[in-house]
Ligand binder design. Structure first.
Ligand SMILES: [Zn+2]
Length: 283
């Protein structure tokens, strides 16, 4: 799940000859950023991306405190991360972008949250190391997308219906991919006997069931282990997309933002977009 880096051209002049291509946002956040660059000029987009790098001092929210990398609770999580490729990659994101860890002073709270503005990963270290490591993999996907400029904040986008819709879709898809990455990491820990087989993180059982079903189906069709695993992950990802999708009306999605009380990620990010300041419309 290598993120695509955003290439910003050196010129300050927008390429007015180029017609923005229709944006297939769900699979191409970077293309959305490029289309903004074309529509609004590179100077504006560069300015936007320059706001993305983390502040020099971590901005830990009030009511939270830093977690030492020497903390024995984190050390157990960190050890589990070394057992999967996704775990290694998440550790690398943390190191590369110097993402500090923090927890609620009072303990408890949401399982995990990455604050893209402050570049801080908040964890609830009271759950099992296997579950926390899955959330950490998910949060480092957000960190990588934010720090590489693949998912700029809402404040960079003009306050129009179209931009709100696209920005929300970009963020919801980031949740889908990050959640599936966390599940896949946990599934591998479970397979190695390093984590309990349970429904943690929430939705894990559905992911595992769908993965196993389609992997077994592929194996029965004569596919090799690698191809069968890929089939399982693909269907697992599709299942996560359904779990997170906004069912509409008064119904709640299967998976929503932590503490959202039935709220969908779509509603959560739409609210964030509405609350955010926005640049004035393009000239
Ligand atoms: Zn998330």
């Amino acid at each position: 799940m290598e993120a695509e880096h955003v290439a910003i051209e050196a010129t300050d002049e927008p390429d007015r000859a180029a017609q923005p291509a229709p944006v297939q946002l769900h699979n191409a956040p970077a293309e959305y950023v490029r289309s903004l660059s074309r529509a609004y000029g590179n100077r504006r987009v560069v300015a936007l991306l320059q706001r993305q790098p983390a502040a020099t001092a971590p901005a830990i929210a009030r009511g939270y405190k830093a977690v030492s990398l020497q903390d024995p609770r984190w050390q157990k999580v960190d050890d589990l991360l070394t057992w999967t490729q996704l775990g290694w990659e998440a550790r690398e994101v943390m190191r590369t972008y110097a993402v500090p860890l923090a927890e609620a002073v009072a303990g408890g709270g949401a399982p995990a949250f990455y604050d893209a503005k402050g570049n801080v990963c908040y964890l609830n270290l009271s759950s099992s190391p296997g579950e926390i490591s899955a959330y950490f993999v998910h949060e480092m996907h957000h960190a990588k997308q934010a720090r590489t400029g693949n998912s700029p904040g809402a404040e960079g986008f003009p306050d129009t219906e179209e931009h709100r819709r696209k920005w929300v879709a970009m963020m919801v898809e980031e949740e889908v991919v990050g959640t599936a990455m966390g599940f896949e990491h946990k599934r591998r820990l479970e397979n190695r006997g390093l984590a309990d087989i349970n429904d943690h993180p929430a939705g894990m059982s559905s992911y595992r069931r769908v993965y196993n079903l389609w992997r077994d189906k592929a194996l029965a069709e004569g596919k090799d282990e690698v191809a069968a695993g890929a089939a399982g992950r693909e269907k697992g990802l599709a299942r996560v997309r359904l779990m997170i999708a906004n069912p509409g009306g008064r119904a709640s999605p299967e998976l929503g933002p932590p503490g959202g009380v039935g709220e969908s990620y779509e509603d959560f990010y739409a609210r964030e977009f509405r609350r955010s300041p926005h640049p004035s419309a393009a000239p």
